[in-house]
Design a binder for this molecule. Structure first.
Ligand SMILES: Cc1ncc(COP(=O)(O)O)c(C=O)c1O
Length: 427
């Protein structure tokens, strides 16, 4: 019998644990203490739930899991694993999933290779906590070719950390080639699979060892819960689970239930996010105030060919760059909006004034740091401190998350914003 389609599996996965009553959804277990009928049973459960054994569904205590969290773990392993033998562990946020994955596989003296356009706090974790623990990180140009990354490998390199597309600048990486390189050198590869997950990308088919899922974003879809997961190939599970248990990483049943609820509709939502974002991106690309739209599904994007090869769709998140000439100090010799301009020094006061006019008081776009929910968001990308080997040298960059509103309303909102920006910068 053929495997049911992804949308069918989303509807039917993780629905049966307790056979006593056939509700559509699972019950929520809220638990710290687990009770046992005998000392022998308690001892056995403690052994099974230990990091060394790494057994699934063996709870001696709430931090090891409950039927609600196990249901979500199994669902994530199956959906994200896409046929590969995988297991999933839950963490209280996407960032906790990132830091746990890195801590699990790195020790003092090890070397980490990390893409330059990773999520900012992941970079800060490498430069702060990991450095303090004696792990050295080398950042590489996000869309560097495999030979350039291979040249950075040292005998002590233990992990390769990827994010494709990159945060804010949306570079696409040749993940299959990079994962193969890592494998051939005995390096564990991990990817932050936030952007297209879980519908439009398949990291385990690309060959990575660990996929990090900020469930807070699209899996939840409603901006009302924080959670992350690391999905690992079976061979890496004991190392990962050991770190999870040692650090007490766990989530509550109510939050796990919210992610299970979100995943039922994720495929439908992702298609709508995709369509809307493409419409808005296409409109922005024609605006004279806009220098460039950074969206991998646009043919103008430098990583478009790789995106077409590896992804089956795109999400609601992309960036656009404003024409730097608009932000040059008066008399600074820059050309006008819409002309081809070379980026010079931007006047910080003009940038602040223009961005405030564009972003504030929008009807439909909220100002917020997250994304992946049903609501649209706009946020200037303060990336100057978030890049090392691939510094941003263009005009002001803004990130948009296109939610589930009607695209015409979103475009009208941005049209008003760009008009307000032009007025604010007119003097
Ligand atoms: C690419 C990416 N990865 C990870 C995270 C972290 O997820 P969380 O907010 O659940 O910590 C974020 C949050 O914005 C993100 O954008």
């Amino acid at each position: 019998m053929s495997q049911p389609a992804f949308s069918t599996r989303l509807s039917h996965i993780a629905r049966r644990f307790d056979e006593t009553i056939a509700t559509v959804n699972l019950p929520v277990y809220r638990a710290s203490t687990v009770l046992f009928d005998s000392l022998a049973a308690a001892t056995q459960a403690g052994h099974d739930a230990s990091a060394a054994v790494g057994a699934l569904h063996a709870s001696s205590y709430g931090t090891a899991g409950t039927p609600t969290t196990y249901a979500l773990m199994d669902a994530l392993a199956e959906l994200e694993g896409a046929g590969a033998a995988c297991r999933a562990a839950l963490m209280p946020s996407g960032l906790a999933a990132i830091s746990t994955a890195l801590l699990a596989f790195l020790k003092p003296g090890d070397h980490l290779l990390m893409s330059d356009s990773v999520y900012g706090p992941a970079r800060m974790f490498a430069l702060g906590m990991l450095k303090r623990l004696g792990v050295e990180t080398t950042f590489f140009v996000p869309d560097a070719d495999v030979a350039a990354v291979a040249a950075l490998i040292r005998p002590s390199t233990r992990a390769l950390y990827l994010e494709s597309p990159g945060s804010y600048t949306f570079e696409i990486q040749d993940v299959p080639a990079l994962a193969a390189l890592a494998r051939s050198r005995g390096i564990v590869s991990m990817i932050d699979n936030a952007w297209a997950s879980p519908v439009f990308s398949r990291p385990f088919e690309w060959g990575v060892d660990l996929s990090i899922l900020p469930l807070t974003k699209y899996w939840s879809g409603h901006s009302d819960v924080l959670m992350g997961a690391v999905v690992a190939r079976e061979e890496h599970w004991p190392t990962l689970w050991g770190a999870v248990r040692a650090m007490g990483m766990c989530v509550g049943g109510d939050d796990a239930f919210l992610i299970l609820r979100g995943l039922r509709t994720v495929e439908v939502r992702m298609h709508r996010h995709q369509e809307t974002a493409l419409e808005v991106a296409g409109w922005l690309a024609e605006c004279p105030e806009v220098e460039r739209v950074l969206h991998p599904a646009l043919p103008s994007h430098p990583g478009h060919a790789l995106w077409r090869r590896d992804f089956s769709g795109s999400s609601g998140l992309f960036s656009f760059e404003l024409d730097p000439a608009l932000f040059a100090a008066p008399g600074g010799g820059q050309e006008s909006a819409g002309s081809s301009s070379s980026p010079g020094a931007l006047d910080p006061e003009r940038v602040a004034r223009g961005l405030a006019a564009l972003c504030e008081r929008r009807r439909h776009f909220g100002i917020g740091y997250s994304w992946g929910g049903y609501e649209s968001l706009i946020m200037p990308a303060g990336i100057s401190s978030l890049r090392g080997v691939a510094p941003w040298t263009g005009g002001p960059l803004l990130r948009l998350h296109c939610g589930l509103e009607d695209p015409a309303d979103l475009i009208a909102d941005l049209e008003d914003g760009l008009a307000a920006l032009t007025i604010a910068l007119a003097d």
